[in-house]
Design a protein around this ligand. Sequence first.
Ligand code: DMJ
Length: 594
Amino acid sequence: MYPPPPPAPHRDFISVTLSLGESYDNSKSRRRRSCWRKWKQLSRLQRNVILFLLGFLILCGFLSYLQAADQWKALSGRPAEEQKVKPEVPPALPAPQKERAKPEDFPDIVPQKRLRHFRRGPPHLQIRPPNTVSKDGTEDDAKEKETALGNAQQEENTQRTIISWRGAVIEPEQATELPSKRAEASTKPPFLAPRIWKESEFKEARNWVSEKLNFQKNVDVNLFESTIRILGGLLSTYHLSGDSLFLRKAEDFGNRLMPAFTTPSKIPYSDVNIGTGFAHSPQWTSDSTVAEVTSIQLEFRELSRLTGNKKFQEAVEKVTEHIHSLSGKKDGLVPMFINTNSGFFTHPGVFTLGARADSYYEYLLKQWIQGGKKETALLEDYVKAIEGIKTHLLRHSQPGKLTFVGELAHGRFSAKMDHLVCFLPGTLALGVHHGLPADHMDLAQALMETCYEMNRQMETGLSPEIAHFNLYTRADHKDVEVKPADRHNLLRPETVESLFYLYRVTRDHKYQDWGWEILQSFNKYTRVPSGGYSSINNVQNSQKPDPRDKMESFFVGETLKYLYLLFSDDLELLSLDTCVFNTEAHPLPIWAPA
Ligand code: DMJ
């Protein structure tokens, strides 16, 4: 007797069996049968691998089809929207500010040689010097050097203009005293010579907008970011210059954003392709961010007022009205997400004044101001929200008793505050300037001090992206603590934005002094020797702040603008009584009473 054969060993490798003994038969049914047999002979692992590959190929094919379809759609064209727009309402902000200070008026101010700036290109204004010397210090080959210099030269013209429009107006080397000290000595010239723009620079920029700024591009943009930066910027420039080119561009751009509102709920999608008009949510969700859908109203309302076309205003006001009557708020505080299909808040029960909710509160107040303080529902929602903040989110840190705004997640309080929340003291002060209760000012001042401390307590004098506050007294613990992942500074504006409002409303020079300290820190730790500024990775390491080689456009659009206005002696410059700043610091007019 032979012993029984041993059990077949488990195989988890792929094998291919070739049947050499069979003669070749060409009949279809035989081939099909043999394929099926081979398939059955494969192990489960082999079959899964083949099925996965097939699925993957089908998915790739489908995605390329979608992309091609978009391109065909774009090519089939959309009507040219660069028609002449006859504004119903003329520009309302002051006429363009020309250069008002001549060098001879300020003999003790030595003109600075303009720095050279190099740039990769809009919209991120990434600053890099031309790379003509290799790492080991030897010169690169002639061709590379020639290209780098050529590009740098070409880029320098644009960069110089951008920086000098806004950035170079602040030349801190020229004034070394604290603003409050300087103000005491009335015989001295103004703290900073106001140089808002030079006509030649404006012309250069206008030419660029006229000849190069073309929105017929097959590109996805974020509705909120492009509204506050591009649409807001164009509308503001129209008001400051009175030049209808900017209004025509604004209307063209506004039209291209409108497909974002074609959702079942009328809560807009987050993204829209300005070339094809295809609007959509992010790939992973059908939600939009609450702050984003509620912080486009100032711009769209103004666009309607100027063009006489109500569709812009109607689209954004539907969103405001919908959210006004939506359940899921907590004493005026809103969750962070809203679904574009159902129109309901999602991820309920989480409340913050930071990312994804911040400018919802800001735009309630600012729309009320923009519209001449008549839309009472906006004011009610704003005042209610401030009370909600006081009830649920306000705490005091230890040992310094700093007032801060934390977060609430399903009833659990977290002592975490984004630097973004530092817009709040400024917004509260603006409300008080327009007649809201005086206790809002107490809160504004307390929070302003906290935001200043978020900067001052760091080794670089610059705030981290997120701060954590100590709620209990513990030995060797400061009020403000920072987690390793939150130690970066993106050159954000919120602290200096609020300092500007606090100074305008109280006229207390201490706010100028605080802004001055922050500006010195920006110059010390974020300024790039070859030009421009850079975000840094570590505000707690003054030896190695670790630049990121990236300058966000809000640094020139907001941070430097608010610093300029904070230090300006002209308190009527872009007055809080005639204009309202959008959330990207672009001034828009307050509508005159009917
Ligand atoms: C800006 O783009 C806007 O102020 C926005 O509302 C949130 N914050 C960034 C800059 O920090």
